[in-house]
Design a protein around this ligand. Sequence first.
Ligand code: PMP
Length: 405
Amino acid sequence: TTQFDISTILAQFPALQHADGELPPVYLDSAATAQKPAVVIDTLTEYYRGYNANVHRGSHSLTANATLRFEQARETVKDFIGAASSKEIIWTRGATEALNLIAQTYGRANLQAGDEILVSELEHHANIVPWQMIAAETGARVVKIPMHPDCTLDMDAFYTLLSDNTKIVAVAHITNVTGTRNPIEDIINAAHQHNAIAVIDGAQGIAHENVDVQSLDADFYVFSGHKIYAPAGIGVLYGKQALLEAMPPWHGGGKMVEKVSFGGTTFAALPGKFEAGTPNVAGSLALAAAINWLNNLDRKGAEQHIAKLRQQAIDGIKGIDDLRIVGLQPEASLFSFVVDGVHHQDIATLLDQQNIALRAGHHCAHPMLDALGLTGTLRVSLALYNTEQDVERFIAALHKACDLL
Ligand code: PMP
């Protein structure tokens, strides 16, 4: 691990480079999706140029090579999150698909009328809607764990809501609107005391913390590759082996079976049971490349760098008339703000004209925005490739936009 050095990091991101005399784009939307380092992009092209083949079938050496690397990538993910076995690592298209998988398999097999699924008010729609869908089919109820006005979870309410009817508790590790870090350790422990399972949406958390699913004792932990510098279309479902073993499969097709006959079909062992069809081999390899890249850099230094930039941004804009930072969290990599009396999209458009990319809107979190009485916010989300110059340009552009409006 070498010490964090922003110019070495930045140089590895082709999308953030610029021609002489031009300014680079200011990318402040990494919580939506992160830019990719060259090593990740190269992994994709090397695979398609050099050894593209399907995995786990056929008998030629190309497929053997691809299969080996594909399974090595699974090991890389397993080590990255501290899972006990690579059987517990299921490839998915992303966090959304992983959450749907849990709802449709674990949920369908274990929920019945009267059961409750506790879901926090701070969730992304991906960790709400799949639960509503399975609740409608099983007669279970989705129960909201409210948040405080400062956008932290109301833990007293959580402890009160927890009961022996609770079967599933689903919360984000870190939320995407304000960067609130939920106390997932306490949530998991409390869920277990009531024999409920805890599903952790790690879509944002995985990018900023070292995750150890075993010490967390999480039953499920999901994330998307594209938020940790890997391509879109690849993600991970971690589940405890015993739970995954007991769950019925979801998608049916090739590779997830042991033996198929018209008399009946038996299913493959883990992890294949949940991986029907030809997988995103290139995506898996590129996710492993992103993880290896992250493992080789000073992640603590990166987080300190991000924290410094965030403070710089807040200090630079907080004097703007009618500007409010919404639910500011002390250690987040992102923050949301509104300017009272001005529509968030109008500001975003004026920023975009100055080559500043950030997210304006509801951030796929309608219930949280409703609780705040807002229809949208502007969100600044930082990643390890952002620079002080990015933040200076953002501050100047926002002042200019607000002066115009
Ligand atoms: N949960 C959270 C907290 C997120 O931020 C996101 C992505 N915005 C998701 C879930 C869904 O991730 P994906 O769209 O990659 O499946």
